[in-house]
Design a protein around this ligand. Structure first.
Ligand SMILES: Cc1cc2nc3c(=O)[nH]c(=O)nc-3n(C[C@H](O)[C@H](O)[C@H](O)COP(=O)(O)OP(=O)(O)OC[C@H]3O[C@@H](n4cnc5c(N)ncnc54)[C@H](O)[C@@H]3O)c2cc1C
Length: 304
């Protein structure tokens, strides 16, 4: 069977697109390996219009149910290969299943780097997105309002300063923990000094907390960093491997390049949406870019 549209990624972008396409009687299949951030986000999201205080997992459940009720198919699969051209795109899963579609939408999101303990990131997952360990300045900076906050930087010093600047408008006190020895530019150091932000270099020995809430970060050097809120500053690596396989231009940042605001690309019949596009990471933005891509895929199919 050839689908009108194959979508890789069942995050807010992919599912919003699936809803629109299924509503317009398109045969649409969404393939996902369930590694998106909202699958594990138990804390309430306060900035998604029309959904005050919903948890990430609830948003995912509702979006999926709405798309499926409209007729979209959603299937668990990790896609490792994308090939073909307009009218006959082919996706292959890690287990060797193949799927064919007239058009393709890639909504594969970004990968984030959690703080690690001896290279192991899984210890952090007990707290990530669950209570007071945050990741996304554009979405979650206000969560630090009035709180003594530790920024845990797993990437560059410039990235850490960017996160600090976001939080400076909210947190009462900021401390920066650099988990690597990334050097600081002079003006960034001056910024920290001028704003009385303590800079600590250290390796994490353990996370201490209960029921998803982090109480303290213990350093190998012996320090115990106890704060009210914790914010990870990490590089975000767009999952653009499938886009690259299809020949879509990929920016130095790793984001796939759209040809226009509609999310179409320089490969006819392939669209991109959500965090994979070079724009801020937010649920509402992901939904909007998924929706606009779907509107144009449907219009494209009308004339095809
Ligand atoms: C901890 C945390 C908290 C956040 N809180 C907020 C918030 O409060 N408000 C807000 O607006 N935003 C928040 N965000 C950001 C928001 O979650 C993202 O902007 C949004 O999920 C992006 O949607 P997306 O559909 O583009 O990608 P994603 O949600 O990342 O979904 C992409 C999907 O593609 C799948 N995928 C990728 N590659 C493949 C492949 N090869 N094969 C199969 N499947 C694949 C993944 O499994 C994933 O499920 C938060 C993010 C994090 C990490």
């Amino acid at each position: 069977m050839t689908y009108d549209c194959l979508i890789v990624g069942a995050g807010p972008a992919g599912l919003s697109a699936a809803l629109h396409l299924a509503w317009h009687n398109r045969k649409v299949l969404v393939l996902d390996r369930r590694s998106g951030p909202l699958f594990y986000t138990l804390s309430k999201l306060e900035n998604v219009p029309g959904m005050p205080g919903q948890r990430g997992v609830e948003i995912m459940k509702n979006l999926r149910a709405q798309a499926e009720a409209m007729g979209a198919e959603v299937k668990k699969a990790s896609i490792v290969k994308a090939s073909g051209e307009l009218g006959k795109f082919m996706l292959e899963s890690a287990t060797g299943e193949t799927f064919s579609g007239t058009t393709l939408l890639l909504a594969t999101g970004v990968a984030r780097f959690h703080p690690t303990v001896d290279g192991d990131y899984t210890q952090c997952l007990a707290y990530a997105g669950k209570c007071n360990l945050f990741y996304c300045p554009d979405c979650e900076a206000p969560e630090t309002d009035g709180k003594d906050t530790l920024v845990i930087a797993t990437g560059s010093s410039a990235g850490a300063i960017g996160t600090i600047k976001h939080l400076a408008n909210h947190a009462t006190r900021l401390t920066l923990l650099m988990t690597s020895d990334a050097p600081f530019k002079e003006h960034h150091k001056n910024y920290l000094e001028e704003n009385k932000i303590e800079l600590i270099y250290g390796e994490i020995a353990a996370f201490e907390g209960k029921k998803g809430c982090l109480d303290a970060v213990l350093l190998k050097e012996g320090q115990r960093l106890e704060h009210e809120a914790y914010f990870v500053s990490s590089p975000k690596i767009p999952r653009s491997d499938l886009a690259a396989q299809l020949g879509i231009s990929v920016r130095e940042s790793g984001h796939a390049e759209p040809k226009s605001q509609r999310g179409d690309t320089d490969i006819p019949g392939v669209w991109i949406a959500g965090d994979l596009r070079p724009m801020t990471q937010q649920v509402a933005v992901a939904m909007g870019t998924g929706n606009i891509a779907a509107v144009h895929i449907d219009q494209f199919l009308l004339g095809h």
